[in-house]
Design a protein around this ligand. Structure first.
Ligand code: FES
Length: 108
């Protein structure tokens, strides 16, 4: 089973099982990691924002324009920011590390 690591706001690292095909948002929810995901992955909020570890960022698929637009609204936006609901676990992403942003802001 692939794994991924979330770095929580206080710096705690949590390594969890990351089933293939699930989004980072879904994986977070399964493990009670505090990512909101208000729109359940329909690209209508930015509350699933995560900051991807720089060494992993280039391995991800490019964001769609819709994702970029939503990301522009995210709080604490960084160069390696992505939306957790758009990152789907694959074999290549086994070991992925993402950090929770300092906070979220709902788009609405
Ligand atoms: S959960 Fe709303 S954009 Fe990801």
């Amino acid at each position: 089973m692939p794994k991924m690591t979330f770095i929580e706001r206080d710096g705690t690292r949590r390594e969890v099982e990351a089933p293939l095909g699930l989004s980072v948002l879904e994986i977070a929810h399964r493990h009670d990691i505090d990512i909101e995901g208000a729109c359940e992955g329909s690209l209508a909020c930015s509350t699933c924002h995560v900051i991807v570890d720089a060494s992993w960022f280039s391995k991800l698929e490019e964001p769609t324009e819709d994702e970029e637009d939503m990301l522009d609204l995210a709080f604490d936006l960084q160069e390696t920011s992505r939306l957790g609901c758009q990152l789907i676990m694959s074999e290549e992403l086994d070991g992925l590390v993402v950090k929770l942003p300092a906070g979220t802001r709902n788009a609405s």
